[in-house]
Design a protein around this ligand. Structure first.
Ligand code: SAM
Length: 294
């Protein structure tokens, strides 16, 4: 993996083997990036909102990994992996950036795409859980989606799931701009993010703060399209994801989902390519697919 300085975007080089602790350093701005046992640390300063999210993720990482699988069911993540792997067939060959990989529940499902994966997250505890899984062909990296430690045009595909809803508008536009910078021309971006209609249907606020302090936002289809296009993406499509036959946008869907919805995911994984990309069907999530212009 070739890294770039997230501050000035120039390539970084490993320091002499004798330097302690081991580190990369930037030949241009001289900033140092320490390398730990499991991953290199390319994290710059994080915004106040980002810091609340990061601290909460660090506190919850271990419970998150087990709790999330319990909550959604393994089949949900298999469905996610199957849908994304199928879309990745349309991307140029080469490594995948899993931006905001968390503890790697979905990263693991993406391995079947046969690509090297860079799993980037800004929560050290989440990356530690991911690193313990010792996934072959996965390189964990500590960094932010708003300042990627990667050279321009270095990835043919980027997957970013469950992250945008924690970022404020300014940070989302930084993240989309970074994805555009780091994708090859013609590269594929896949973003999974929360659907505003789901919150409305539950009678819950469409944005706010969880008890943990983590802020959240949710989006209309138009929001998703607008933000990707503003960063120069083309061929933008936004489709429902995790629709379980529309269950999750029904009032009470949050409660029906664990009982009925979970069991329908294999069916949905199979149906997904048949769903019209621009249908008005609702779901808990949107799946955006977009291209960097060739
Ligand atoms: C809900 S988890 C999603 C994990 C995984 N991608 C999935 O879909 O299951 C969100 C992850 O995004 C990470 N995250 C949030 N903001 C980030 C940022 N600015 N840079 C890097 N990671 C971020 C959090 O630390 C957390 O691990």
């Amino acid at each position: 993996m070739v890294y770039a300085c997230p501050q000035c975007r120039h390539e970084v080089v490993p320091e002499a083997a004798s330097s302690r602790p081991p580190a990369f350093s930037c030949g241009t701005c001289a900033r140092r990036f320490p390398v730990g046992d499991a991953y290199a640390n390319f994290l710059l300063d994080v915004s106040a909102v980002g810091e609340a999210e990061r601290a909460a993720r660090d506190r919850q990482a271990r419970q998150y990994d087990a709790g999330r699988v319990r909550e959604k069911g393994r089949l949900y993540f298999r469905m996610h992996g199957a849908v994304v792997r199928r879309l990745l067939r349309e991307a140029p060959r080469g490594p995948l950036l899993d931006a905001g990989s968390g503890t790697g529940i979905i990263t693991e499902e993406l391995l079947g795409a046969g690509r090297e994966i860079v799993a980037l997250d800004f929560s050290e505890a989440s990356l530690a859980v991911l690193a313990e899984k010792r996934l072959a062909r996965v390189t964990p990296v500590l960094g932010s989606v708003t300042a990627l430690p990667a050279p321009d045009a270095s990835f043919p595909a980027i997957h970013c799931s469950g992250v945008m809803q924690a970022l404020e508008a300014r940070e989302r536009s930084l993240a989309y701009a970074e994805f555009a910078r780091c994708l090859e021309p013609g590269g594929l971006l896949l973003v999974v993010a929360w659907n505003e209609a789901f919150y409305r249907a539950q009678g819950e606020p469409t944005r706010g703060r969880f008890g943990s302090g983590i802020p959240y936002f949710s989006f209309t289809r138009e929001d998703m399209v607008r933000e990707a296009r503003a960063a120069g993406f083309e061929q933008v499509s936004v489709r429902p994801f995790g629709i379980v036959l529309n269950l999750q946008v029904l009032p009470g869907g949050r409660y029906l989902f664990p009982i009925v919805g979970k069991r329908l995911h294999p069916l949905e994984g199979w149906m997904h390519p048949l769903l019209p990309a621009d249908s008005r069907l609702g779901s808990e999530y949107w799946l955006l697919a977009a291209r960097k212009p060739a």
